[in-house]
Design a protein around this ligand. Sequence first.
Ligand SMILES: *Cc1c(COP(=O)(O)O)cnc(C)c1O
Length: 369
Amino acid sequence: MRNENIFVTKPTLPPLDEFAPYLQQIWNNKVLTNGGPFHEQLEKELCEYLGVEHICLFTNGTLALVTALQALRITGEVITTPYSFVATSHSLLWNGIKPVFADIDRDTLNLDPAKIEAAITPQTTAIMPVHCYGHPCDIDAIQKIADNYNLKVIYDAAHAFGVECDSGSVLRHGDLSVLSFHATKVFNTFEGGAIICPDAKTKVRIDQLKNFGHVGEVTVVAPGINGKMSEFNAALGLLQLKYIDQALARRKRIDTAYRERLEGVKGIHCLKGAGEKIANYAYFPILVQADYPIRRDDLYQKLKDRGIHPRRYFYPLISDFPMYRGLPSAHRENLPVATASSQQILCLPIYPDLEISVVDEITRFIADQ
Ligand SMILES: *Cc1c(COP(=O)(O)O)cnc(C)c1O
């Protein structure tokens, strides 16, 4: 019998004894940060693993988002999704940019390209979509809009580590993509993040911005910030990377088990996976629809009472938080799909060492209401 609480995720940790040699090396050479050898090696190995050209490591994903907007000199208005973690829009406010919320697509819960186009004004300079739950956005449609209106595209790809679409890594699309390596993410360095960029020149600018705008000893070229990843976090990332494929394979098994067991449960809709492309199974989102016997919040509470703690990602919508709800685009009538989805969504526990017996327990409980 289960005697522990089950949370929506549990941080993935590599074997502790394997971390000791990395620490020893840091203690030996006494390089703690500022682009040390582990930092350099992690950038190289992540580029290879993810199939991208250039990566800039950061202390967390939020500072990477803030810096990505600085790097492209984004101002004015940026069209984004209300259906995300609040850091997406906060990164805009921290840059003095006005977020403009557009509604999402019913099937993927990603920004709906038609709604993006309708939200464009003369002040619009960029689009910031999110690959929600690691499901790729409609990248071709978004790029077409960006090309037509001369807009930049910055993907919040915090959920999309390792995800591939037909043309390869989803991270190669848009002007920049931003990853998070937070403890709760598929690949973690405790805290961490990165910007994926397409060319060496942009990488140089981002690397300057994340180090105060410093170039050499006496020159400062931009009002930069401190966004550097330390050697400790980079070393951890290198070790995590050795186990990532194993972790993804286990997540896939759990995803399959959920789908098999929830198929045919009336009123429960499992969001579709990424199909034939490479998914990362970062989340297991279900919609608790009107024909389910009880309401989403009642199911949520009943599961919690049993020691199972799903999360309502994303409820409330970002557009409902106090610093956003006064915006014209934040009105619920502008965001019907996002509003309905946020009232039906439930993310069920998924992490590499979640036992299938717990999946059985959760799905049986959901089916028996
Ligand atoms: C986790 C997350 C972030 C923030 O990343 P941190 O590394 O925690 O700063 C941003 N956007 C989305 C969609 C996230 O899930």
